[in-house]
Design a protein around this ligand. Structure first.
Ligand SMILES: *Cc1c(COP(=O)(O)O)cnc(C)c1O
Length: 378
């Protein structure tokens, strides 16, 4: 088997057999001519059911996560919706983290609750607490996000997967923050991986997309059925943009991580900072687990500042190279205030975040420029 960086460039992307084009074509078509009724060329009949550009991405995604089946969706949240419907039905219960992407919690709390699916938010650092929250016969799945957004907490995927196997539960891991370059949850025992490809996989802040990967044929069949029956598919242009981003994923992640570590070192020496959240710090609660299950610690850094929400907002507005914006994982550095921006939807819930918190998506610009920018703003 070839290695990650090679698969990122070649899996699902053989040169076109007709023209020799090195890059997969964008098949911007809704339908396909049939050679007589049912005479399909390459199995394609309608682009919701299948499209060659999307198929190239799906083969690639499966290879990157060392899974067997990949599905490319219209967004990270539509990937989540697809999985939740494949795994849960009304009356079921799911365990979710106390710290997670706000939109994931909103989907479960505001969309699934009225449809009769209950949930418990648990600190997944505490495997005993997770076990205690299992409702026999009712709990069907554990939702894991690691590192978490925005507090960079780490969950032991192997430990949670072992617990889930003992109770016949499905483990779903949101691997958006790490990317498959830094962490491969299926290898650690998880059943399903999801991504917002909008973030590191796309990597250039120019596309919204999502992915689902599994090696379980029964789950893949359900997900595949729903993908077609519900229709949350990635369009050909979007699939092509994500594929283009993925080719450089490895080198980008190395630089994101290098720059993030330098930013953390700078923040450690700044007296305005009261707390830094980065799994690469030896004092971080999940450091040892992160070292075991991740290749490196990634490009996301959060920190709290002296002076409360007011100071945090001022820093977000004063930076010049960091862009004040939601989202993450692009080549450009972003800064945001989770309590007012990405996590406003979880205000008042168990997932609420401190209001003096700032989140950085450290980009791949020159590190000296990034540090000078933070220095000016702080
Ligand atoms: C952005 C994000 C999502 C949602 O993805 P969209 O592409 O915005 O729908 C899910 N999980 C995490 C961790 C994210 O950062």
């Amino acid at each position: 088997m070839t290695r990650f960086e090679t698969d990122a460039i070649h899996a699902g992307q053989e040169p076109d057999p007709v023209t020799g084009a090195v890059v997969p074509a964008i098949y911007q078509t809704s339908t396909y001519k049939q050679d007589g009724v049912g005479g399909l060329r390459g199995g394609y009949d309608y682009s919701r059911s299948g499209n060659p550009t999307r198929a190239a991405l799906e083969v690639n995604l499966a290879a990157l996560e060392r899974g067997r089946f990949g599905f490319a969706t219209s967004s990270g949240l539509s990937a989540e919706d697809l999985i939740l419907r494949a795994v849960l039905k009304p009356g079921d219960h799911i365990i979710v983290p106390i710290d997670a992407y706000g939109g994931s919690y909103r989907l479960i709390n505001r969309v699934y609750t009225p449809w009769g699916i209950s949930h418990t938010a648990v600190d997944q650092n505490d495997v005993v607490a997770v076990e205690k929250s299992i409702q026999p016969g009712k709990t069907k799945a554990i939702w894991v996000e690691t590192p978490t957004n925005p507090l960079l907490a780490i969950t032991d995927i192997e430990a949670i997967s072992a617990l889930a196997r003992a109770h016949d539960l499905t483990v779903i891991v949101d691997n958006t923050f790490a990317s498959p370059y830094l962490q491969q949850p299926l290898n650690l025992g998880a059943d399903i991986v999801i991504h917002s490809t909008t973030k590191y996989l796309g990597g250039h802040s120019d596309v919204i997309g999502g992915a689902v990967i599994t090696s379980n044929p029964a789950l893949a069949e359900k997900i595949g059925f729903l993908h077609n029956a519900m229709g949350p598919v990635a369009g050909p242009m979007d699939a092509w943009l994500v594929l283009r981003g993925i080719r450089t994923l490895g080198v980008r992640m190395d630089r994101h991580t290098f720059n993030a570590k330098a930013v953390v070192r700078y923040l450690q020496g700044n007296s305005q900072i009261t707390e830094i959240f980065y799994p690469g710090l030896p004092g971080h609660k999940g450091h040892e687990i992160a070292k075991r299950q991740m290749r490196d610690f990634g490009g996301m850094v959060s920190f709290r500042v002296k002076g409360g929400a007011e100071k945090a907002l001022r820093v977000c507005e004063k930076v010049q190279i960091f862009t004040l914006a939601e989202s993450l994982g692009g080549v450009e550095s972003l800064i945001e205030h989770p309590a007012r921006m990405t996590h406003a939807s979880v205000s008042g819930s168990p997932l609420e975040v401190p209001d003096d918190l700032i989140r950085l998506s450290v980009g791949i610009e020159h590190i000296d420029d990034l540090i000078e920018d933070l220095e000016r703003a702080l």
